[in-house]
Each structure stands twice: as C-alpha cells, then as structure tokens.
Design a protein. Structure first.
Length: 178
C-alpha cells in the first residue's frame, strides 16, 4: 500500500512527529511504501474561498499543494499527524484540509483509507474529543475509510511521549495495516 503521512507540527522533533516516526517504522516493516509531507514547513497558503477551482479545477495559488495533490492521487492512504492545538488540528493540517476544496469530488470518489495520529500535553482523554469528532466528520464527508487513531495524551514533550504506551501503539498500528 502507498501511504502518505502529512505532518502538521512546527516542531520537527516534537511528540506528534515522534509518533509518526514509529507508525512509519511499523508500516515500512509491514512492506508498505511511505511518503512524508511536512505541511508545517512547506510553501502552503490558506484557501482563499475564491471558488476559481469550482471544487474540481485548478487552484489559482501556485504553491506546494500542487505536488501534494499528485502524491494524494497516487496514494492508498493518508495519515494526518498533528499536535493538539486548542482542541483541534494544527493550523498547518487544517490548511491542507481546507485546500482539498479544489479536488473535493475527486477525493470523495477515491474512497481513501485514512488515519489520525495526534499528541496532546494534557493526560485527560476528553482532551481529544473535539479533534476526534472533527476527523470522523471529515471522513464521513469525504468518504474516507478510517483505519484508526492514535490519540496520544500525556505527550507534551518527546521525553514524556517516550514514557507512554503511544510510541509502541503507533508502531503496532503501522505494522498491522493491510
């Protein structure tokens, strides 16, 4: 399977990317091909809402979304990786999702497999509820096939994250994909 991991943390060596690395290790050990797109450090711009694309055309913005769209078109699965920012996706991941507008119908008809990997400082499981619901609603709207979620609570720093069960869960999740 061709898996695209979209990382949305401004901290290249932060907790969410640590979990992504473990997931990637597991997925590669299972024989999958993994591509990583660093949305936090890419040349991306927010959707302008101009509707020039008509939800099925070329976006007027010329940035890294053009190459990301090509990778998405050739992927079987997308994994969204985000730190929890104010109970939701990071702005960097949200910007990518908003830019799906220009090929909304194509995405819907593709029926991509997806997953969510997130890290939060707070150790309360309720912390992830809004993010989880947003992700599941996105899956429903775009006909994505949710394969699972790693919602790492108590993962405020990489050293904290390493002491939790989540790195192993992320590895096992990647390894288990069919």
């Amino acid at each position: 399977m061709k898996i695209l991991v979209i990382e949305g943390s401004p901290h290249k060596h932060g907790s969410s990317n640590l979990l992504a690395e473990r997931f990637i290790d597991g997925a590669r050990d299972a024989g999958h091909v993994v591509t990583v797109f660093d949305a936090a450090h890419a040349n991306l711009h927010p959707c302008l809402g101009c509707d020039a694309c008509g939800m099925a055309g070329v976006c007027i913005q010329k940035d890294d979304m053009e190459s990301l769209k090509d990778v998405i078109r050739h992927s079987d699965m997308i994994v969204f990786v985000t730190p929890l920012y104010y109970f939701g996706f990071s702005a960097q991941i949200k910007m990518v999702i908003d830019r799906f507008y220009s090929f909304n119908g194509e995405l819907t008809s593709k029926g991509l497999k997806t997953a969510l990997i997130a890290a939060a400082w707070d150790s309360n499981n309720e912390t992830m509820e809004f993010l989880k619901n947003h992700y599941l609603k996105l899956c429903n709207y775009l006909n994505f096939k949710n394969q699972g979620m790693i919602l790492g609570v108590g993962c405020g720093s990489p050293s904290m994250t390493e002491r939790t069960k989540y790195p192993q869960k992320a590895y096992d999740f990647g390894k288990s994909l069919k």
